[in-house]
Write a protein that binds this ligand. Structure first.
Ligand code: ZN
Ligand code: MN
Length: 490
C-alpha cells in the first residue's frame, strides 16, 4: 500500500572537477598528500594574495552544464559567501550567487526494473565554487584534539542543484547514478565518493493530503550522505520520521523553520543539527578580486561538440541498432564506456549482438570481478572473444564446452583454435551421434519405457550417459535424437 503522503526530494550535489590544480591558485589537487603540503598564500587566505581563475576548471564546468541541458548565460561572476569555520581561513568561500554559470537544465532518469516511469528531473542551477579544508578530529588516537588540513581548500567544485522533482528514494538513487555515469562519460570528474569527489545533500519534506487539502511538512536538509545507499536509507527514514512527527504533534505544522539534520549511518537515523541558514545569513557580495567571466556561443558549441556520445543516447543506439533489450543496454552502458567499446568490437566481429551481450555481461563481467580486473587490462581481447562466439556458431565448439574454452583462453591468452586443441574438443559427427543415441536406448529399456509413458525427465539420464561417453556432444541434440528414436522405434 502506498503511504498517505508524497515524498518531495531535491538534491544538492558537489562534484570535484578533474583538474590538476586548484580553482584560484596553482596548488595541486592530488588526493592523499601529507596535510598542508599543497597550499599557498592564495588558498590559505593570506592578506593581499590574489586569486586567478583556472580556465580548465571553467571548461569542465561548462561541459557539464551543457551535458545537463542547462542555459548558459553570456556573463557569470564570483561572489563571496561569508561564514566562519576553522577549515575556511579566508572567512568566506568564493562561490556564485545571483549569476551562476548555468541554470534551467534537466537530466532524464529511468528504471530498468520499472519501479517508476521515465522522468525528467529539473536542474535549477550548476555553479562553480571552491572547496573548504578538512577538520581532522583525532579522538580515536586519544589526543582529543582537532587539526586542520588545507590541502583541499580551493579545490574546484561544481554544485548541481536539482528541482524538488524526485518522489522516492529509488528515484533519488537513480538520479545520482545517472548523474555520476554522465560525469564519468564526459570525463569531468572521477566521482570517487570515498575520496569526497562527489558529495550529496538532500532536501526532503512531505506533501500530505488531509481533509481534502494538501499540507507540507517543513523542509529538512540531510547532510553527511557518504554513499548512494546512505542517501536511500536516510530519505526513507526521514520521510517516516516526518510523518510520525506530523501525527504526534496533533497534525499541526506551525511555523517550524527549515532544519538541518545529519545522517548517522551506523545508527540508521538522522539527528537535528541546527536551523538552516537563509542566504541572507551569508552576506553574499561580489568578489572584487575576480573579473566576471564571459562565455561566447562558440565556446558553448565547442563544449557541446566535445561531449561525445552520452549514456542515454548510447542506450538507445544499443536497443535500436543492435536489438538489445532495455535491460541489457542498461547493464552494458552502466559499466562505463570502455566496456561498451569492448562489447561493440565483439558484436561487430562475431556478427551476433545478442550472443556477444550474453558473453560480455555474464562471463566477462564475472571474470573481471573475480580477478579484480578492469576491461582495459582484461586478458581476453575482443577479437579473441569474437572468435570463440564464431566457433560456437560454426559448430566447431559445442556450447556446453564453450566455458571451458573461455577459461583456457583467459588463463593462457590464446585463441579459440588453440583452446579447442588443448581441450581435445572434436566436432561430433551427426551420424556418430545418432549411433550413440541408438546404443544408449538399446541399453536402457526402462528409460525408453518411461519416455513412452510421457516421463520426459527420464531423458536427463540418457543425456548424462551420452556426455560421459563423449564430452563434446550437444545435449539438446541428444535429447532431440533420443526422443525421435524412442517414438519412431515404438
Ligand atoms: Zn594554493
Ligand atoms: Mn556549495
Amino acid at each position: 500500500m502506498s503511504p498517505p503522503y508524497a515524498t518531495v526530494i531535491g538534491l544538492e550535489v558537489h562534484v570535484q572537477l578533474a583538474t590538476q590544480s586548484k580553482l584560484f591558485c596553482r596548488c595541486s589537487t592530488r588526493f592523499g598528500a601529507e596535510p598542508n603540503t599543497q597550499t599557498c598564500p592564495v588558498c590559505i587566505g593570506m592578506p593581499g594574495a590574489l586569486p586567478v581563475m583556472n580556465r580548465r576548471a571553467y571548461e569542465l564546468a561548462l561541459k557539464t552544464a551543457v551535458a545537463l541541458n542547462c542555459r548558459i548565460p553570456p556573463l557569470t561572476k564570483w561572489d563571496r559567501k561569508q561564514y566562519y569555520y576553522p577549515d575556511l581561513p579566508k572567512g568566506y568561500q568564493i562561490s556564485q550567487y545571483d549569476l551562476p554559470m548555468s541554470s534551467d537544465g534537466y537530466l532524464e532518469i529511468s528504471d530498468p526494473k520499472d519501479r517508476f516511469p521515465p522522468k525528467r528531473i529539473g536542474i535549477i542551477r550548476a555553479h562553480l565554487e571552491e572547496d573548504a579544508g578538512k577538520s581532522i578530529h583525532d579522538e580515536a588516537a586519544g589526543k582529543a584534539d582537532s587539526e586542520i588540513d588545507l590541502n583541499r581548500a580551493g579545490t574546484p567544485l561544481l554544485e548541481i542543484v536539482s528541482e524538488p522533482d524526485l518522489r522516492s528514494s529509488a528515484e533519488a538513487k537513480a538520479f545520482l547514478q545517472e548523474l555520476r555515469l554522465l560525469l564519468t562519460y564526459i570525463g569531468v570528474s572521477d566521482c570517487n565518493m570515498q575520496e569526497g569527489s562527489l558529495r550529496v545533500d538532500a532536501n526532503v519534506n512531505l506533501h500530505i493530503e488531509t481533509d481534502g487539502r494538501q499540507v507540507a511538512t517543513p523542509i529538512v536538509e540531510i547532510k553527511n550522505l557518504n554513499s548512494f545507499r546512505a542517501v536511500e536509507r536516510a530519505l526513507d527514514y526521514e520521510a517516516q520520521r516526518q510523518y510520525r512527527q506530523w501525527q504526534q504533534t496533533g497534525q499541526k505544522l506551525g511555523d517550524a523553520p527549515k532544519q538541518t539534520r545529519g545522517w548517522d549511518d551506523a545508527a540508521g537515523l538522522t539527528r537535528g543539527q541546527r536551523s538552516k541558514e537563509e542566504s541572507s545569513d551569508y552576506r553574499y557580495f561580489p568578489d572584487p578580486d575576480l573579473a566576471p567571466v564571459t562565455t561566447t556561443p562558440e565556446q558553448v558549441a565547442a563544449a557541446r561538440a566535445s561531449l561525445g556520445e552520452l549514456p542515454a543516447a548510447l542506450r538507445s543506439r544499443l536497443i535500436s541498432e543492435l536489438g538489445l533489450s532495455a535491460y541489457d543496454a542498461d547493464v552494458l552502458v552502466n559499466q562505463g564506456r570502455p566496456l561498451v567499446d569492448y562489447y561493440l568490437a565483439v558484436a561487430d566481429q562475431c556478427g551476433d549482438a545478442k550472443a556477444a551481450c550474453n558473453w560480455v555481461t555474464q562471463d566477462v563481467l564475472r571474470a573481471m570481478k573475480d580477478g579484480g580486473l578492469s576491461i582495459e587490462s582484461f586478458p581476453l581481447s575482443a577479437p579473441r572473444l569474437a572468435g570463440l562466439i564464431s566457433a560456437i556458431r560454426r559448430g566447431d565448439l559445442p556450447g556446453p564446452r564453450s566455458r571451458e574454452a573461455f577459461e583456457v583462453m583467459l588463463a593462457s591468452s590464446r585463441d579459440v583454435e588453440s583452446a579447442i586443441a588443448e581441450l581435445g574438443i572434436e566436432k561430433v559427427d551427426e551420424s556418430a551421434l545418432v549411433e550413440l543415441c541408438r546404443e544408449l536406448l538399446a541399453a536402457n529399456p526402462r528409460i525408453v519405457a518411461d519416455i513412452e509413458a510421457g516421463k520426459m525427465q527420464a531423458l536427463g539420464a540418457l543425456i548424462g550417459q551420452a556426455k560421459k561417453r563423449n564430452p563434446n556432444v550437444d545435449p539438446n541434440r541428444v535429447r532431440e535424437i533420443c526422443l525421435e528414436l524412442a517414438k519412431g522405434g515404438g
